[in-house]
Design a protein around this ligand. Sequence first.
Ligand code: ADP
Ligand code: MG
Length: 361
Amino acid sequence: MAGVRLEKAVKDYGATRVIHDVDLQIDDGEFAVFVGPSGCGKSTLLRMVAGLEEITAGSLYIGDQEMNAVPPAKRGIAMVFQSYALYPHLTTFENMAFGLRLAKRPKAEIEERVMRAAGILQIEELLQRKPKDMSGGQRQRVAIGRAIVRNPEVFLFDEPLSNLDAKLRVQMRQELAELHSRLKTTMIYVTHDQVEAMTMASKIVVLRAGHVEQVGAPLDLYHRPANKFVAGFIGSPAMNFVSGVVAEGGDKQAKVKLDHTSENIIVPLARPVQSGESISLGLRPEHTALVDNSPLKGTVTVVERLGSVSFVYVKVGDSLFTVQAEGSEVIAAGSEVGIDLPANRLHMFGADDISVTAGTA
Ligand SMILES: Nc1ncnc2c1ncn2[C@@H]1O[C@H](COP(=O)(O)OP(=O)(O)O)[C@@H](O)[C@H]1O
Ligand SMILES: [Mg+2]
């Protein structure tokens, strides 16, 4: 088992820099998830760890060893791709045994390692089938089995569940989390889906345009997003933002004039802000409610009833604000409502989009 460390890692394709000075420590046994929008560099960063992309500058360590110049097969990693990448003409057994046969391992050992992986994944009954005779979920299990058989120091997953339907994705997510708690091997998992990241990771790495925006445990990122990008990316439905300006700055609290409001509101601060600074106030749908009296008012446009909860969309100025309400809340489109602004639930971001508040827990 081994941790993974990147120091000032850079990747250029020609003149274009796609990974910028990434410093990152993934501890031994951790389940790290790289998350971010499409094109932000998640796969590139993972492939740099795997050795499938050269590192332009900086260093990669797996355990204590610098790996920049070490070929993929010697890094102690095993990678699982979205496309499964199974050999179509080989059975499950042979697909899983392939790497061990290449490495000329003894027959009995190959048998033992394949059967052990098949047992962990409960795919023993699939061992004689070929990929075309299996469902997407079964093929993905075989691809994971092929990785387990290699007994790697680090597992690397690149969006392995993206080709599966929603229900199977949820099931496989749980299976992967179980696999991790059973094997306790370091895993790095790439996804654009923040729910996958929140549910599986011990550490989430949020990427944006080749930069690390924030690293932390799932609930750290939820409660204490460092900037507006992370605040808007983590959490579903997404955080609401209202822009405004600081009417009276300070160290501990500020008086803020929000757009479309007449009264100032008071926001407790973790970092000082100046009078006149442009800000965004952030508030999660599940941290507010419809109230009679609030400085922030709007008109209900749509009510989505999910049964357990309802999402009420309120037009404030020209933007929509989402409020999570009771499933039984009776409210009609067209109603004029106030939006509650509880002080301990407010996030605020300065003109540079960096958080100036302490967070919600
Ligand atoms: N071989 C390549 N040549 C040039 N640019 C590339 C290459 N591979 C990826 N990129 C660019 O690098 C950026 C990051 O891509 P990628 O790591 O695949 O993003 P993600 O996996 O987060 O969707 C994108 O802008 C992409 O267009
Ligand atoms: Mg990708």
